[in-house]
Design a protein around this ligand. Structure first.
Ligand code: 5GP
Ligand code: MN
Length: 343
């Protein structure tokens, strides 16, 4: 963070403020961790705080400290709108453009007349905030939250709950500290969070040893549906609405499944295509190893974006048409894919 921004923030928060913390739709560990950590931090500083998320928190992160006080914009619409309208400032955490909260909440944020502060690690952030702290090289928004608190000289305010929230977001966004975005700084922060009370083994268990029987059965189905495009070092998975229903799909059940496709030896591009007949879309996740940018790929072809190695998108075509499109486009990237990653 630059010194000017830090000074602006220090002055701005000298007086008690009403603060709302917002993250993207279908919040993940980083979204929930960063919003709850920031809310707990600013509450300790004497401000009035409220987290508002567009929709529900999946089970595997619903235990995060502060998650029970979060308003859901879709279900607690009146309270959420009131909190937003009465706020002095809204923190936009873990997303880079207002449309990422979904249509309903986007309207609510667009009519807000106060200030925005954005903390985010996605590429190409919209220029809408009083202060934008954007760094695409940092592993997670939660790591940025730690840097933010550090820049304000207040890491001594990080207690066990705040440390737990931040830890959870760093852990989930780094794939348990294995993605290339994990640096020695990440590990030093993690060490400090453990010193401050984050129970690392418990957090891992809460997040990863939380499978339902039907979720594992769904994973089995997804792996059965895995298709290889070996000459393009690509693998993809499909899940139809019918299949989701058959395995009692719950929010969050498909989280991380795409990584199994990427874990195949020699594969550098992986995708998962999930049919959502309620929304009339196919939701897509892409992952890559090495130089091949799935952010660019998702932006170019599937109305999406994200990071170089983890991105998402959507399609309003049928599941089959969407997959056919993917299969027809991938060969155009064959050369890039073949040289993307070597070990
Ligand atoms: P996931 O595949 O886990 O849903 O998302 C991977 C990354 O891509 C996340 O950083 C997420 O914010 C981003 N992402 C997922 N879906 C979309 C989308 O439809 N549009 C954009 N711009 N980013 C997305
Ligand atoms: Mn994130």
């Amino acid at each position: 963070m630059n010194t000017n921004d830090i000074n602006v923030l220090k002055t701005y928060f000298k007086e008690p403020k009403k603060i709302v913390f917002v993250a993207h739709k279908n919040p993940d560990g980083d979204a929930v961790g960063s919003t709850t950590a920031m809310a707990m931090f600013y509450k300790k500083l004497g401000h009035q705080v409220q987290v508002v998320l567009p929709n529900g928190i999946p089970d595997f992160i619903a235990w995060v400290p502060g998650a029970e006080e979060v308003y859901r914009y879709d279900l607690q619409n009146i309270q959420s709108k009131k909190a937003i309208n009465e706020a002095d400032v809204i923190f936009l955490l873990d997303f880079n453009a207002l449309h990422r909260v979904g249509d309903d909440m986007q309207n609510g944020l667009e009519t807000f007349t106060g200030d925005f502060i954005m903390i985010d690690h996605h590429q190409q952030p919209d220029d809408i905030a009083m202060v934008t702290y954007s760094d695409t090289s940092i592993s997670s928004t939660c790591q940025m939250v730690y840097h933010y608190i550090d820049a304000l000289g207040q890491t001594d305010l990080i207690d066990e709950d705040i440390a737990t929230s931040i830890y959870t977001g760093i852990m989930t966004d780094t794939g348990s500290f294995r993605f290339p975005s994990t640096t020695s700084t990440t590990h030093r922060i993690i060490a400090d969070l453990i010193d401050k009370g984050a129970k690392n083994a418990d957090i891992h268990n809460q997040v990863f040893s939380n499978n339902s029987y039907s979720r594992l059965q769904l994973l089995g189905k997804a792996l059965t549906n895995l298709v290889l495009l070996e000459d393009c070092k690509t693998a993809y998975i499909t899940l139809s609405q019918e299949e989701l229903k058959q395995y009692n799909y719950n929010k969050g059940d498909t989280e991380g499944i795409v990584n199994y496709a990427l874990s195949l030896k020699g594969i550098v591009l992986a995708g998962i295509f999930i049919e959502d007949t309620d929304q009339g879309i196919v939701k897509i996740s892409f992952r890559s190893k090495g130089n091949f940018s799935v952010n660019q790929f998702a932006r170019n072809h599937f109305d999406g974006g994200g990071h170089d190695n983890a991105a998402g998108g959507r399609s309003v075509d049928s599941l089959q048409e969407t997959v056919d499109k993917f299969v027809s486009i991938v060969p155009n990237y064959k050369q890039e894919l073949l040289v993307s990653y070597e070990i």
